[in-house]
Structures are given as C-alpha cells and as structure tokens.
Ligand binder design. Sequence first.
Ligand SMILES: O=C(O)[C@@H](O)C(=O)CO
Ligand SMILES: [Mg+2]
Length: 259
Amino acid sequence: MPKFSANLSFLYQELPFLDRFAAAEKDGFCALEYLGPYAEPKEKVADALKASGLKQALFNVPSGDWAGGERGIACLPDRIDEFRHGVTLALDYAKALDCPQVNVISGLAPKGADPQVLEKVLVDNLKYAAARAADAGVKLLIEPINLRDIPGFFLSTTEHAERILDKVGSENLYIQYDFYHMQIMQGDLIPTFTRLRDRIAHVQIADNPGRNEPGSGEINYRFIFSELDRLGYDGWVGCEYKPKAGTSEGLGWMKPYLE
Ligand SMILES: O=C(O)[C@@H](O)C(=O)CO
Ligand SMILES: [Mg+2]
C-alpha cells in the first residue's frame, strides 16, 4: 500500500500553514512535506507536527528568493556560501522535525552561463551537502523538474540526475522522482522508475495536464501504485498537486488506499 505524504505547499492552501497539519491528519495522510518550514521557528513547527501525530517526510533546502522567481541556488557560482549556510539551516530543522531527507532545488541556469561551470558548482555543493547530511543521518535528494513549468531549470531529466549522482559519488545522494515532471519531460515512467529504483528515495505525484489530482489526466496512477508495491518501494508518495476544487473534496482518489 502506498504511504501518502501531503505536500502542504500545494494542498490545504485555504488554511494557515500550521493549521494544514491537523487537516492532513484528519483526511488520512501519514506524513507531511512542503517546500520549506523556514518562515516559522522550528520549535513551533515541531509542536504542530507532534500535535498532528504525522511524520515529517521531506522539505527543501533553502532555495533563494522563491517569491522573486528564483528556483534554487545550488548551481549558481555566486551563491555558494549562501547555499552552504542553507544546508546547515535545513539540517537543523530536519533534526527538530525528525525528518529523514531533504531535497535540493538545483536552480535556473543564468542566460549565457557555461553549463560546465554550473555543473561543477552543483556537483561541489552536493558533495559538501551530502557529507554534512550523512553526518546528520539525513538523505540528500535532487529533483529533475520539467522545463514547461520552469523554463531554464538546470536539472530537467533523469539522465542528467544520474550523471550528477555519478560525479558526486556519495552513497547519501538520491533522486526525487516526480512522476508529473517526468511525464512531461520523458514519459516511460515505470521502466525509468524500475531502472533507477535503488537511486530513488522519494516520489511525488500529480496528473498531467494541469498538475491536478491523480485520475484527472493521462497518468495511470492505479497502475503506478501497484508497480511501486510490486517493486518494493517503501518510501513516501508525496501528493504535490493543485486541488481542482478544495483539498478534502478532491481526495476520492486516495480512499481505496486508506486502511
Ligand atoms: O516539483 C516541485 O515543484 C517541487 O517538488 C519542489 O520542491 C519545487 O519546485
Ligand atoms: Mg516535485
């Protein structure tokens, strides 16, 4: 049976951030994830998590000025210090929230930048971060993201993610496989997941087109969930979609999987 994690940066937008925790528990989720908890003190987030009884599945390492259009800073040559301070902050929150994994958002490739330079910065930053995370007992992840939603994103295919993992050479660096992004970029979802099974630590779901509830589009999630079980995937399934008309109202797709 898949274990579903509610992505609170997408679900329950109708509620204040910390109130989303209890709402997710009430609807049957086992865990939580979100882009970042950093707007709230870690003690307050830990209290809300404890009160909900849910597990913290994942969040992102600080990713620059998100509201201003940045999408991560890990590949940017002039932001190395900021990235590394962000790793320290993320691991501090991970400890307070007992979170087993954090995700690094690679960043937009600046116009005219040499991709080889960006790749070296990303690899060096990930070597640093994977070692720090290993010391803290936390897995480090990277996520390929589709270029239609985020034009210019530096890491957009599983092949590129594999190359980065090879270059970093750490046993503590994994892929976050987002079925929605990979349907747009590559398709061939289950054969790709199967090939990369040992390198994937977290998956996320949404349907295409629209990035709405599973079952609203072209991806066969019934088949995907049964394949995840068959392949022995025991990580979380992050629900990172835009509810069409209310989060709770749109959870009919999840009911068959609740025990
Ligand atoms: O797929 C996504 O958008 C995310 O998982 C994320 O963390 C930031 O873009
Ligand atoms: Mg994602």
